[in-house]
Design a protein around this ligand. Structure first.
Ligand code: PMP
Ligand code: GLU
Length: 387
């Protein structure tokens, strides 16, 4: 067939995390004995009150288009949460409810990036940042972080990669895949850089509720000097296990929101009405979220302790999210070779660290949002093949 692909897509690939997740599901369907830790999604069911609210909404025929940005009641509730919990000064005019935070990310990048623009991304990073930056025609500029430094990011590191074309910076806090949670100092340093350069900042806070060891979450959008230029992304997928419902949101200055609404109104129109209604109930699920967090914490310790006991493996204790991101020194294998070897010899599906960009060399991402017995089996099998 003739090559019909648009040029804007030539330079990017399918999401490796989504593709590997699908591979795991297919292998299991074919009856292949594989332990899949590729998927980055909670292994909990959505809390009951959210499901009940959805049933109720459908029964009440809340099945029509809502206002494009989202139900005012939901947007007000989101804005209240952002003011109270995150210190971000927003109201409903700043919020767009989208089918997943991923679409909010897409809108934010498409709305503000174009050819000639550069976008800084500390890496290892969520693979879709790179792909969408490229779709927008802009230049992806990685800022590689080091596992040995605990993936610490400084304003100086950003400054070294910045040019007069730098228009945007994407921060993921807590970070998928590294599990790093930004300290107050890091946040202030990043903010000072963004203020100096007058750039836009996307702050992806989807793992905000999953933080361990008494660490605190600091939102970039709460820093007054840059607040007008920060687009905060968040959603319900991770905090209340709603991945399949597809709902998330962006919060930004009304002037930026207005631009992103050009994309919202001409694409999805609005997010599913009854899903929006159900999401309002998610704000009453603090207890459920905390129980999930504690369960992830237990599994983090299980996996990190288990992996660190294997010679040649270095697994920093994830500070947030539900991923172990670890380095393996074994026969000089690359991350891809390691992932293939682990699948072939141990029947375990993981994501190679380089799928997340520079800084992921010789690394593997394993999601510990998985069955405890399976995690123990995984550690045992890895111990055997790397012994
Ligand atoms: N950002 C990050 C860092 C993620 O890991 C995810 C989950 N895949 C998303 C955004 C998107 O989440 P969702 O579209 O399910 O809200
Ligand atoms: N957050 C998940 C992951 O990183 C889901 C896949 C995706 O959205 O790319 O695996």
């Amino acid at each position: 067939m003739r090559d019909y692909e648009a040029r804007r897509l030539k330079n990017c690939s399918q999401s490796p995390t989504v593709a590997l997740n699908a591979k795991g599901i297919e292998m299991k369907e074919q009856g292949i004995d594989v332990l899949s830790f590729a998927a980055g999604e909670p292994d909990f069911d959505t809390p009951e009150i959210i499901k009940q609210a959805a049933f109720e909404a459908i029964r009440n025929n809340q099945t029509h288009y809502t206002s494009a940005a989202g139900l005012v009641t939901l947007r007000r509730r989101i804005a209240l949460k952002l003011r109270e919990e995150n210190g971000i000064a927003v109201d409903e005019s700043c919020i767009i409810v989208t089918p997943g935070a991923k679409l909010a990310l897409f809108q934010a990048l498409m709305a503000f990036l174009e050819e000639g623009d550069e976008c800084l991304v500390p890496t290892p990073a969520y693979p879709s940042y790179q792909a969408i930056i490229r779709m927008a025609g802009a230049t992806y500029v990685p800022v590689p972080l080091k596992i040995e430094d605990g993936f610490r990011l400084t304003g100086q590191m950003l400054e070294e990669k910045a040019t007069e074309r730098t228009k945007m910076l994407i921060i993921c806090n807590p970070c998928n895949p590294t599990g790093h949670v930004l300290s107050r100092e890091e946040v202030e340093d990043i903010a000072a850089f963004a203020r100096e350069r007058e750039i836009l900042v996307i702050s992806d806070e989807i793992y905000e509720k999953l933080i361990y060891d008494g660490r605190k979450h600091y939102s970039l959008g709460a820093i007054p000097e840059i607040a007008d230029r920060v687009i905060t992304l968040n959603g319900f997928s991770k905090s209340v296990a709603m991945t399949g419902w597809r709902i998330g949101y962006s919060a930004a200055h009304p002037a930026l929101t207005k631009v992103m609404m050009k994309l919202q109104t001409n694409t999805v129109n609005c997010t599913a009405s009854f899903v929006q209604v159900a999401s309002i109930a998610a704000f009453d699920c603090a207890e459920e979220t905390e129980a999930m967090r504690l369960s992830y914490l237990e599994r983090r310790d299980l996996i990190c302790d288990g992996l660190n006991a294997i010679p040649g493996v270095f697994c920093p204790r994830s500070e947030g999210a539900f991923y172990a991101f670890f380095k393996i020194d074994y026969r000089d294998m690359t991350a891809e070779q390691l992932a293939d070897y682990i699948l072939e010899k141990a029947g375990i599906l993981v994501v190679p660290g380089t799928g997340f960009g520079e800084g992921g060399e010789k690394c593997i991402r394993l999601s510990f949002a998985a069955d405890k017995t399976q995690l123990k089996t995984a550690v045992e099998r890895l111990r055997k093949i790397f012994a």
